[in-house]
Design a protein around this ligand. Structure first.
Ligand SMILES: Cc1ncc(COP(=O)(O)O)c(C=O)c1O
Length: 387
């Protein structure tokens, strides 16, 4: 194996999902919904398969899906995009992230990342021969995840080419505020950096919070590559239809790498995703309301059990500090024991950190599940921790 991948091993999701299967525990580890998405979207994929849409789509994606992505960006963010040069469809957000990093980075370049972070960022930066420079996101006294602007300023060195952003953020559930985005944007402009922004949870900001797309800030469109996917929004995580949008030069750089990764993927799922992106606003509102309810239920239970809960502002996940229950603060060991103790699988947050000690005492639970599953998990947790 290449030395670039030293230390990456098997992802924690494989290990913990296997543990769930072995023990029959409720899997609140990996972030996948346990219900199908909208019928119209599923039917559109079936129709596409039945009507010959089974061969290679065009490299940048089916024209109608690119149109639908442009309409979506216009409807939700007021952005005008040219579907021919400013939009490319990818194999999930994952391939868009890999393409952006492989297509823009040279060996030795530095990338500022916020930790904790989605695990593919560091692996893809390493594959590009570049270096991840972490800036810590940590809960403040009110349990709200924040970063220290000075740490961010210091992280930007002469070799920094890019800032990797994720809002709404996994695993913390943080929605970056306008002031925070303005600070990041100001530094990106001052140091002439590109911002790659992963917005796969764009429709899952709760309690009336607004998700702000980085590319809508003044002077940011030309230096921002925006990534999203339909997996989280339409309960189709297995379809792996994602997209990247932005100025033609950044899209071209990422597309150049993308063509040698999968080239293209998901032929019959592409027209179906176009149907999803054109659904009425009420669909997106209903999705959010449903998840907000399971978030509330799970967070209440975790609080009752005795964890310190950092209530997520968005996304599929809630993080807790286990030290009030388990003074060892060893989240990894805690997660290994949790199925036997309480019949539930969770993920140790240390895997999301470049400096694992920063997240050693944190554990993440997914609530993108049906309410009866969250209720069953609630009962199991309450019983497991009753003593
Ligand atoms: C922050 C973040 N980015 C990207 C992805 C991957 O998205 P996709 O399944 O579309 O590749 C995930 C999936 O969990 C995620 O949480």
């Amino acid at each position: 194996m290449t030395s670039k991948l030293n230390g990456f091993g098997t992802t924690i999701f494989a290990e913990m999902s296997a543990l769930a299967a072995e023990t029959g525990a409720i899997n609140l580890g990996q972030g996948f919904p346990d219900t199908d998405g909208p019928r119209a979207v599923l039917d559109a994929a079936i129709d596409a398969i039945n009507s010959g849409g089974n061969q290679y789509p065009p490299l940048p994606g089916l024209p109608d899906l690119r149109e639908a992505i442009a309409e979506h960006q216009q409807r939700f963010y007021g952005i005008e995009l040219d579907p021919a040069s400013e939009i490319v469809v990818t194999a999930g957000a994952s391939e868009a992230i890999a393409s952006a990093l492989l297509g823009m980075l040279d060996a030795g370049d530095e990338v500022v990342v916020f930790e904790p972070m989605y695990d593919s960022y560091r692996a893809n930066i390493a594959m590009a021969g570049a270096i991840a420079v972490p800036v810590l996101l940590a809960p403040d006294a009110d349990g709200k995840y924040v970063f220290d602007p000075d740490e961010l300023r210091h992280a930007i060195g002469a070799k920094t080419k890019l800032i990797m952003l994720n809002t709404p953020h996994n695993p913390s559930g943080k929605v970056f505020t306008r002031a925070e985005l303005q600070l990041i944007a100001g530094l990106a402009i001052e140091h002439d950096l590109v911002v790659v922004t992963d917005e796969v949870y764009e429709h899952l900001a709760f309690d009336g919070r607004e998700h702000i797309a980085m590319c809508t800030l003044p002077d940011m469109f030309e230096r921002t590559l925006t990534i999203s996917s339909g997996g989280k929004t339409f309960h189709t995580t297995g379809w792996k239809i994602g997209w990247m949008t932005g100025p033609a030069n950044l899209v071209t750089a990422a597309r150049t790498a993308k063509q040698f990764l999968t080239f293209v993927s998901g032929g019959p799922f592409q027209p179906a995703m176009a149907v999803g992106l054109r659904l009425a606003d009420s669909y997106f509102e209903g999705l959010r309301a449903g998840l907000q309810a399971t978030r509330d239920r799970l967070c209440d239970v975790l609080t009752d059990v005795g964890f310190t809960v950092f209530k997520p502002e968005a996304s599929y996940f809630a993080t807790v500090d286990i030290r009030s229950i388990d003074p060892s603060g060893d989240g990894y060991e805690f997660c290994r024991q949790l199925p036997a103790k309480a019949g539930v699988v969770a993920i140790p947050n240390e895997v999301f950190y470049a400096r694992p000690d920063n997240g050693r005492h944190m554990v993440r639970f997914a609530y993108c599940k049906q309410m009866h599953i969250i209720n069953a998990a609630a009962d199991a947790l309450a019983k497991g921790f009753a003593s």
